[in-house]
Ligand binder design. Structure first.
Ligand code: PEP
Ligand code: MN
Length: 346
């Protein structure tokens, strides 16, 4: 059950609602939204009687039953898209948002050159890994704090907001000092302690789908973050592991359409990790626009052949510029579709 309190609900009214929910044997998760408090109740009890009573209580705007196992992130809970605001950019809103940058932050000149180039080409946020979850312990593990400091410099120089990965709950506070969005990598999608810690931060979260995770598991992980207090979650399809070896992963483009039905959260596509090969990135990026994603996460490097990680799938700067150009006609249709969708919802 989800209980939305009216915008003028008092603390006492909220407390009374929580007490009544507990009396019915449910567990309470409340989240403080921008305008109102929303209370989630989970467990086993007499739903119909509980809903009837709650709806009649002072301060309650609505009380509804959500059948999906994920509650706060489901479309049943909220039919309108969630817009996640980052430094003046809205993800999930009226603009398609491109996030670009190198897999790893390597040197000052590398991150500065990339940041300036992607900003010029139309990217709205800069991505770069400082803490890298590498498959092999012998591969480059990232510059860590030094990398975060370089990202801050790049932000100061370009105004681009920063997206960077956090790998453990103990590092959330530190990374959040430097990042505008915290990225959770595929390998950590079900790191429950980390998800709970993300619920307690005020930064938005970019949650990547695990390479062997179902859409439902992705939504349950998002639910952890929201149920623990942070409603600003952006999802990212980054390719899943299948029997097909021609690409690094299989870009599950249909996941975007499915997610758009099941959740109000924004959905990005990462064509770089999905493809594993730079020639495939622009066509997959166009597919992401066409299917109705909210944006892209793309790896770009000034000299991909010398990259410390993921060089084969990184676009060189002129290739990124060309890709951005090629998206133009698709973005026109994307905007028209969004406007029509907004008008239909009124
Ligand atoms: C990355 O974004 O560089 C990364 C490691 O991605 P993923 O977690 O999707 O493998
Ligand atoms: Mn990478």
């Amino acid at each position: 059950m989800i209980i939305s309190m009216g915008s003028h609900a008092t603390k006492e009214q909220i407390e009374q609602v929580c007490d009544r929910i507990r009396e019915f044997g449910y567990k309470v998760h409340s989240i403080q939204g921008e305008e109102r408090v929303v209370i989630g109740a989970v467990g086993i009890g007499d739903v119909t009687a509980c809903l009837d009573q709650l709806e009649a209580m002072p301060g309650v705007e609505s009380a509804v039953r959500i059948s999906a196992p994920y509650k706060f992130v489901s479309r049943e809970f909220r039919s309108q898209r969630t817009r996640v605001r980052v430094n003046g950019t809205e993800i999930g809103g009226d603009d398609f948002v491109v996030i670009a940058g190198p897999c790893s932050v390597e040197t000052e000149s590398q991150i500065m050159r990339t940041a300036e180039a992607v900003a010029r080409a139309g990217a709205r946020l800069l991505r770069g890994g400082a803490y890298k979850p590498r498959t092999s312990p012998y591969e480059f593990q990232g510059l860590e704090l030094e990398g975060l400091k370089l990202l801050r410099k790049a932000k100061e120089a370009t105004g681009l907001a920063i997206v960077t990965e956090v790998m453990s709950d103990g590092e959330v506070e530190l990374v959040a000092e430097y990042a505008d969005i915290l990225q959770i990598g595929a390998r950590n999608m079900q790191n429950i302690s980390l998800l709970k810690a993300l619920g307690r931060t005020t930064r938005p979260i970019l949650l990547k789908r695990g390479m062997s995770s179902t859409i439902r598991e992705l939504l349950m992980s998002a639910e952890y973050i929201v149920a623990h207090g942070n409603p600003q979650v952006v999802l990212c399809e980054r390719g899943i592991r299948t029997f097909e070896p021609a690409t690094r992963n299989t870009c599950d483009i249909s996941a975007v359409a499915v997610l758009n039905e099941l959740t109000h959260l924004p959905v990005l596509v990462d064509p770089s990790h999905a493809a594993g090969r730079r020639s495939l990135v622009p066509p997959l990026a166009r597919a992401a626009v066409a299917v109705g994603a909210d944006g892209l996460l793309v790896e770009v490097h000034p000299t991909p052949e010398k990259a410390f990680s993921d060089g084969a799938q990184s676009l060189a700067i002129p290739e990124f510029e060309a890709m951005m150009q090629s998206l133009g006609p698709y973005l026109k249709i994307w905007r028209e579709t969004r406007v029509a969708e907004g008008a239909a919802a009124l």
